[in-house]
Ligand binder design. Structure first.
Ligand SMILES: NC(=O)C1=CN([C@@H]2O[C@H](COP(=O)(O)OP(=O)(O)OC[C@H]3O[C@@H](n4cnc5c(N)ncnc54)[C@H](OP(=O)(O)O)[C@@H]3O)[C@@H](O)[C@H]2O)C=CC1
Ligand SMILES: O=C(O)CCC(=O)C(=O)O
Length: 429
């Protein structure tokens, strides 16, 4: 019944493309390729649990506002629910449900023992003070106290949240249960059991997967022209690491617009500039301003959407000129646009593979916490790289074996593993 309610909710997605319908379409595509029973697909297209809580918050000026806080738990067939928490004005229950489903396939694909979940609050964090954000985060987690835990559901950062919010959430959970429980969230500060390497992990995973895809085409990262939409946790780390490896990052953007340089941007200087400019890249010297729409259609070798879903659609896909599209964001390319890119021979590195570095290091953080042994950054990066390269290779192998694109290969692996586990556990038929 829960999923019926998710499916019947109105879509308020900005581009009028429903992220949950998109996620279900990708699932149906994989299910068809795997010849899964309709009943099994029906189970997989329904989140197991959907929670929406009210978050009353007293603002600094004395006004009381009641916010909605969502947590969608899609599947726990392979292990505890796992997935980030998003603070963004466009958050809806359907979007969170889509992102929760993607987490399930992602964890299964990279072989970590988790299910999938996601959370979100429809707010623009830039419009709230630090004190207000702390009150919102603490109340949200208090309301979800019975639904989360280190063996039940483990949140992490996503858009608009970071180690700071995870620390507040870990503290609130711990105070409620009466003792410190670092394992209830990942992406925490190092001081309370976070892992070295987590902050850069998603961007590092993107760099690794792009590097492997280029190597399969007989190329290296050196001199490759890269365009990145989004300069937050993921986009900035990807830019920095690709720049370090010799790639030429020619354009990046934030919500307010982007900057472009034909000869390549000085990424360390741009990072420092954005840090002092409210995280915006606008006005960066020695670069030309560019709109987000134009940035997506720049001639380049690698295009990395690292912001929101539904950025490459039927409307603009024919103008995309990249040879490789690496989905650092979740769901940035619609199914129709993906088919169009694939038909033109563009290599699409799908989200559940390309951005899995974050959840992989979250897993390594959880493992370190449970064993009370913490690793140096070199070891974390090595273990992560091993899992990412292994997943990439499995996707390539599946693509060859089934004669399908990397997208369908990744989805058949992720969905197929969850379907197998569901059957083995006796949950189906
Ligand atoms: N954090 C993580 O570990 C992981 C994140 N992801 C995914 O990566 C994506 C980005 O997440 P993350 O980097 O953490 O989020 P952040 O909040 O750290 O950064 C988001 C970036 O995207 C920009 N942005 C927002 N809207 C637009 C827009 N319409 N056009 C261009 N840029 C825009 C923001 O700019 P501004 O500040 O102006 O709004 C900001 O630079 C999301 O899809 C997320 O789900 C996936 C796996 C793990
Ligand atoms: O690190 C995590 O647990 C989740 C990261 C995430 O939300 C994602 O991969 O989309």
């Amino acid at each position: 019944m829960v999923s019926t309610s998710v499916r019947s909710l109105e879509n308020h997605s900005p581009a009028h493309i429903c992220p949950f319908d998109q996620a279900c379409s990708y699932l149906e595509w994989a299910g068809k390729e795997l010849k899964l029973d309709q009943g099994l697909l029906e189970i997989l297209s329904h989140p197991r649990k959907v929670v929406t809580v009210s978050i009353p918050v007293k603002l600094d000026d004395g006004e009381v506002r009641v916010l909605a806080g969502h947590r969608v738990q899609h599947s726990d067939v392979l292990g505890p629910y796992k997935g980030g928490i998003r603070y963004h004005p466009a958050v809806t229950l359907r979007e969170v449900s889509a992102l929760a489903m993607l987490m399930t396939w992602k964890c299964a694909l990279v072989g970590i023992p988790y299910g999938g979940a996601k959370g979100g609050i429809p707010i623009d964090p830039k419009r709230y003070s630090v004190g207000e954000l702390e009150r919102i985060s603490r109340r949200y987690i208090s309301e979800l106290i019975k639904d989360i835990g280190p063996a039940v559901d483990i949140p992490a950062p996503d858009m608009g949240t970071s180690a700071r919010e995870m620390a507040w959430m870990m503290d609130t959970y711990s105070v409620n249960v009466g003792h410190a429980v670092p394992g209830v969230v990942t992406g925490k500060p190092l001081s309370i059991g976070g892992s070295r390497g987590r902050e850069m992990a998603t961007g590092r995973g993107v760099m690794i997967v792009v590097r492997e895809a280029l190597a399969d085409q007989g190329k290296s990262l050196v001199g490759v022209r890269v365009v990145i939409q989004g300069f937050g946790n993921v986009g900035c780390a990807a830019a920095e690491l690709l720049h370090q490896e010799g790639a030429k990052v020619i354009a990046v953007s934030t919500g307010a617009g982007g900057v472009f340089s034909q000869t390549g941007l000085d990424i360390p200087a741009l990072k420092a500039y954005a840090a002092n400019n409210h995280k915006s890249v606008a006005g960066f010297p020695q670069a030309t301003p560019i709109s987000n729409a134009d940035l997506l259609t720049l001639p380049c070798d690698v295009l990395i959407p690292a912001a929101l879903e539904n950025q490459i659609t039927e409307e603009n896909v024919h103008q995309v000129k990249a040879q490789i599209v690496a989905e650092a964001a979740n769901g940035p390319v619609t199914l129709e646009a993906n088919l169009s890119l694939e038909a033109r021979g563009v290599t699409v590195l799908p989200d559940i593979l390309a951005n899995a570095g974050g959840v992989v290091v979250s897993y390594l953080e959880w493992v370190q916490g449970l064993s009370y042994v913490f690793w140096d950054e070199e070891r974390v990066n090595r273990e992560m790289e091993h899992l990412m390269v292994q997943a990439y290779r499995q996707v390539v192998q599946q693509s060859k074996a089934r004669q399908v694109t990397l997208r369908l290969a990744a989805y058949t692996l992720g969905v197929g593993r969850v379907a197998q586990a569901l059957t083995d556990r006796g949950l189906y038929p």
